[in-house]
Write a protein that binds this ligand. Structure first.
Ligand code: FUB
Ligand code: ZN
Length: 667
């Protein structure tokens, strides 16, 4: 299977069109200002500064030829920032070693945005930016501003930490998107040139660098480049990277001898990928790797690799995923923690990791339509991914906790990674541009297709078309998600073509839905999909998925969540906020036979379903016996106060200022 061509899916959806417009109108222009350090109150990026500095060096080199003295490598750290923005020197590198990737993600989002409609001003800005970026590329194809500026003699000497191959991956993804949108190939040529250069250096042969990316992404990007160009060399390079990872001795030990003998879980290089069973290490790295592995399994039919992908997906979903679709529970190494260790208030749950989980799930769907993948894709998308961005598109979460007491995050060093309000930008700004590229490319996640069948994984109002046995079939979907579960799909032109439509039954319905097929017949239900075929010339399918509030309880091994529940409704996870319910949210308790009233509100700028229920606020009372002072007293009773509890979608939290929040509620 392949995803439906994004240019062939036109989204016109109440909910998602708004989010896409927000990214187009607010996030992309804002990020461009950020990349150019023109937002004084946000952390500086130095991204375009670095490309310009590398371009200046390049120019000098071109003019002076052999007489040019290239800089010798000076280690300037993994993240270099000047004291003050004004102190930045024109020809020095600043920011994180992977700062180039911020531009690549931005241009990728620009490409997708241009696919949804023309914007000559944005395109002109992008073209000029591409000129700046390409001017930084060395004649041999190398492009990574950290080394170009700090000295090329050490390039590719620290694959573990220095992200040159990560930047290659993002460059490819950005270039492919921009080329597909505009037909302009300047950046694509630059990406191919860099990929060719890397391919000439890496491999198992004599004199080759026998390494692979310290931060995965090049793998899936190279498969995308192969997909676009049909050039086997890119597929081969991606396969080489995947096959080498985890072989003993670990390549990174050559660069970092202190690693000797220690299993390298962090980079998923502890054992060969086909043997891996548990999702471990840095969460973003992991899911980017698994996405590349799934691409390879699909393209090569490698069963062992596919089995590993399935095991790793199950390991995440069954033992290491928050109910919000967030992954990577610990800030220590931004990593997966032990199975079932899912703390709410110290959660890391990086936005990029949830995005990577969407990538992984979508790639598994290309192999097999199974709702276990699309359910997770939808969950991560509606909850953790969207939580990463404020309603106005101007501030972002990197970390997505499930419980916040603002004072504690500010003062407790174990929680300083948790921010109680979204930030304008981050020195390490991986997440915001990642959200932008995912939301603008949503058209890629709704459907996959094979020869005859269109598989609908997400319910998003959209139009698409598919040619089956020479007959053009058009499919038009209306969707009430996430407010209601009503979906109407009109199919025309399919009579006699052999066209099939497979519709996902979301897991959260627990089988409760009504289907009405007019002008086609329902054939079977398999792996969570309803298969419909025998289409007349015009057919209409109405489905109503019941979206009822549900109480969700975690496995008892998730120690944090014992005696607590989370509330979901359809794909949305709910939370309680101080703004509606007062502080000390941990005092709130639900009745076991709780029932919720749905209330539609316009408070957040569009129609949102909030939930209301009677609940109790429980405060302890103590006797006068206080043997140790004020902190403890002999328990007397629990005083129960009736309250009216309001829940809002988790992704909307912290849009009304700094306040307490909790997803889990005592019961
Ligand atoms: O290393 C590049 C990116 O920065 C990672 O994907 C994020 O987790 C952050 O560490
Ligand atoms: Zn991130």
């Amino acid at each position: 299977m392949k995803p439906a061509d994004i240019k062939n899916v036109e989204i016109r959806d109440e909910f998602w069109s708004r989010k896409q417009a927000l990214v187009r109108k607010e996030v992309i222009p804002y990020q461009w200002e950020i990349l150019n350090d023109r937002i004084p109150e946000a952390e500086a990026s130095y991204c375009m500064h670095n490309f310009k500095a590398a371009g200046i060096l390049n120019e000098k080199m071109r003019k002076k030829g052999d007489a040019f003295e290239a800089p010798r490598f000076t280690y300037r750290g993994f993240a270099v920032f000047p004291e003050k923005r004004e102190d930045a020197k024109e020809d020095e590198f600043y920011g994180f070693v992977f700062q180039d990737s911020d531009f690549y993600k931005w241009i990728e989002a620009v490409g997708y945005a241009l696919m949804t409609g023309p914007d000559p001003v944005l395109e002109e800005t992008a073209d000029r930016a591409i000129d700046i970026v390409c001017a930084a590329q060395l004649p041999n194809g190398y492009i990574d501003t950290y080394y170009i500026i700090n000295g090329m003699d050490k390039s590719f000497s620290d694959l573990r930490d220095h992200h040159e191959l990560y930047c290659l991956g993002h460059l490819i993804e950005g270039a492919v998107s921009y080329y597909q949108a505009t037909g302009k190939d300047k950046l694509l040529n630059a990406a191919e040139k860099y990929a060719d250069y890397v391919a000439s250096l890496f491999g198992t042969g004599e004199g080759k660098i026998n390494g692979y990316p310290g931060h995965e992404i090049a793998e899936m990007a190279l498969f995308a480049l192969y997909d676009l160009t049909g050039e086997e060399k890119y597929k081969n390079l991606a396969e080489y990277f995947i096959n080498e990872r985890g072989k003993a001795p670990n390549y990174f030990e050559k660069e970092h001898p202190d690693m000797k003998g220690k299993p390298d879980y962090y980079h998923q290089a502890h054992i060969p990928v086909r043997e891996q069973t548990e999702a471990v290490g840095h969460a973003v790295r992991a899911v980017y790797l698994y996405s590349g592995m799934a691409d390879m399994a699909r393209l090569t039919g490698d069963k062992d690799l596919l089995n590993a992908c399935e095991r790793l997906f199950d390991s995440i979903v069954n033992t290491k995923m928050y109910i919000t679709g967030g992954i990577g529970a610990t800030h220590l190494g931004e990593s997966f923690s032990l199975p079932y260790d899912l703390p709410n208030d110290t959660a890391y749950s990086e936005t990029c990791a949830a995005i990577g989980l969407v990538f992984f799930a979508e790639r598994m769907l290309r192999i097999k339509a199974d709702s276990k993948y699309s359910d997770v894709m939808e969950l991560a998308l509606f909850n953790t991914v969207l939580s990463g961005m404020a309603l106005d598109g101007k501030s972002f979460f990197y970390v997505n906790p499930l419980e916040v007491i603002p004072e504690n995050c500010k003062k407790d060093e174990r929680k300083t990674h948790v921010k109680p309000v979204r930030q304008k930008w981050f020195g390490c700004a991986c997440c915001p541009p990642n959200i932008a590229r995912l939301i603008t490319s949503l058209g890629r996640y709704i459907y996959t297709e094979d020869e005859n069948t269109l598989y609908a994984h997400l319910y998003v109002g959209s139009d698409t078309a598919k040619t089956v046995n020479g007959r053009p079939v058009s499919v038009s979907m209306e969707s009430g998600f996430p407010n209601n579960g009503n979906v109407k799909i009109a199919v025309s032109g399919a009579a006699g073509s052999g066209f099939r439509l497979a519709l996902r039954i979301p897991g959260w319905t627990c089988g409760s839905y009504r289907l009405n097929v007019n002008g086609a017949s329902e054939k079977e239900i398999k792996d969570g999909y309803i298969y419909i075929e025998d289409f007349a010339e015009d057919a209409v399918i109405d489905i109503s998925f019941d979206m009822i509030p549900r109480l969700m309880a975690a496995d008892s091994r998730v120690a944090e969540d014992n005696l607590k529940v989370a509330v979901t409704r359809g794909p949305i996870v709910y939370c309680m906020e101080e703004a509606d319910n007062g502080d000390k949210l941990r005092q709130i308790k639900l009745d076991r036979n709780v029932s919720f009233t749905e209330e539609m509100t316009g408070e957040f700028g569009y129609d949102v379903v909030t939930l209301r229920t009677d609940a109790k606020r429980i405060v302890r009372t103590v006797t006068s016996a206080k043997p140790f002072g004020e902190l403890y007293g002999e328990f007397a009773s629990f005083e129960e106060k009736e309250i009216s509890l309001r829940l809002i979608p988790y992704y909307l939290w912290a849009n009304r200022g700094e306040n307490e929040m909790s997803v889990y509620i005592n019961i």
